[in-house]
Design a protein around this ligand. Structure first.
Ligand code: ATP
Length: 372
């Protein structure tokens, strides 16, 4: 639809240099990010990092102290919420208890002057989308939490918003419903091509749903990337530690070589930067470690270790190992059932633990305060 180059060059949403203070407290600091049309973006971070505030500013519910918001080429920084034509869904279902499903969804269309036949066809379309056909006469109290949230979603998307904003929409639901609704929201978002921003503190939710994740800490953007970039190539120790479990190993970099215990190898890209000098922290995910039978002449990436704990976690086993060559540091390795049948291990065993050097993420030791 955007024929000329200028319109195509502008992202659907551009947030530039947003600051937000509450009294003397700085909730957001110089936040800049783009969202492309049709994208599903997650704001991810711990409680209090400012993600809801940022969403509310984008919605127009909160006014920024500095910075601008553009949609395509329009400056919408000062537009009232209604004129932005964004749909919003919050954590609590926020349905009207005295209105039935039909009336709740149609409420989203109240400002449209639509013929009743158009309303009916839109309603039917939405009921089908949220898989609640036949429930239009039910009241919220007769629905499960997941069903209520689907009705609230239908109400939010009823007027075909230009952008859908979701603030922790799944966090009040129990685990099974949450995973199911995750997929439903994502399918529906793809099918409708609906540009969406979702706030969550749940890293698994963000990784599984987002096209891109905006990782936030203390009111600042730490990293923006695809879920695999965020998980495998974190750009700070904070992101590394917040998104999944990490083994954190002290190391040292000199002349481009990283020394961890008795291992020494070139600092892997993209961590071979000038700031990674001297004391560093090397990180490896538990599923990246491999166990090997000890041969007595270990070389390369493998260090002798003693297995101290073994937990069965259903989909995998989690082994804790003490590694003398790392100053008796404890590392954790996640083992699949295949790993376990290839090399059955048990507590007390002496095994080799293989640290895949090219998978190491490396950060300056000065970041160690970022791990909570
Ligand atoms: P949560 O998931 O806990 O809501 P969040 O990352 O969404 O966390 P925000 O709700 O955006 O965080 O809040 C960011 C910070 O700003 C918090 O420290 C919060 O206490 C503070 N804050 C938010 N709204 C206000 C307000 N209206 N007045 C004062 N402080 C506020």
């Amino acid at each position: 639809p955007y024929g000329d180059d200028e319109a195509r060059a502008a992202p659907f949403l551009r947030v530039t240099g947003i600051d937000k203070h509450f009294g003397s407290f700085k909730a957001l600091s110089n936040v800049t990010l783009d969202v492309e049309a049709g994208e599903f973006v997650c704001f991810l971070g711990p409680s209090g990092c400012g993600k809801s505030t940022l969403l509310r500013i984008i919605a127009g519910l909160e006014r920024q102290n500095a910075g601008t918001i553009h949609s395509l080429d329009q400056d919408i920084s000062d537009l009232p919420p209604a004129q932005r034509q964004f749909g919003i869904l919050f954590q609590s279902y926020a349905l009207f208890p005295n209105l039935n499903v039909r009336e709740n969804i149609v409420y989203g269309l109240r400002n449209r002057r639509l013929a009743s036949s158009d309303i009916d066809s839109r309603l039917n379309e939405l009921l089908e989308l949220i898989d609640l056909k036949g429930s239009e006469k039910k009241y919220p109290a007769q629905l499960s939490g997941g069903q209520q949230q689907r009705v609230a979603l239908a109400r939010a998307i009823a007027p075909s918003p230009r952008l859908l904003l979701l603030d922790e929409p799944l966090s009040a639901l129990d685990a099974k419903v949450r995973v199911h609704l995750r997929q439903q929201i994502r399918d529906l978002q793809r099918r409708l091509g609906l540009t969406t921003i979702m706030v969550t503190h749940d890293q698994e939710e963000a990784l599984s749903m987002a096209d891109r994740v905006v990782a936030m800490r203390d009111g600042e953007v730490e990293q923006i990337g695809t879920p695999t970039e965020i998980y495998h190539r974190p750009r700070s120790l904070f992101v590394a530690g917040f998104v999944g479990k990490m083994n954190i190993l002290p190391g040292y970099v000199s002349n481009g070589r990283l020394t961890v215990g008795s291992l020494s190898f070139p600092v892997p890209a993209p961590y071979d930067t000038p700031e990674n000098q001297g004391d560093v922290i090397a990180c490896l995910r538990p599923e990246q470690l491999r166990l090997r039978a000890l041969t007595g002449s270990e070389a390369g990436d493998t260090l002798p270790a003693r297995l101290t704990h073994l937990e069965f976690l259903g989909a995998f086993w989690r082994a804790s190992l003490v590694v003398p060559a790392l100053g008796d540091a404890e590392v954790v390795a996640d083992l699949s059932s295949r790993d376990m049948s290839d090399l059955p291990v048990t507590v007390g065993d002496r095994v080799g633990v293989c640290l895949p050097r090219e998978r190491c993420a490396v950060f300056p030791a000065s970041q160690s305060g970022q791990i909570r």
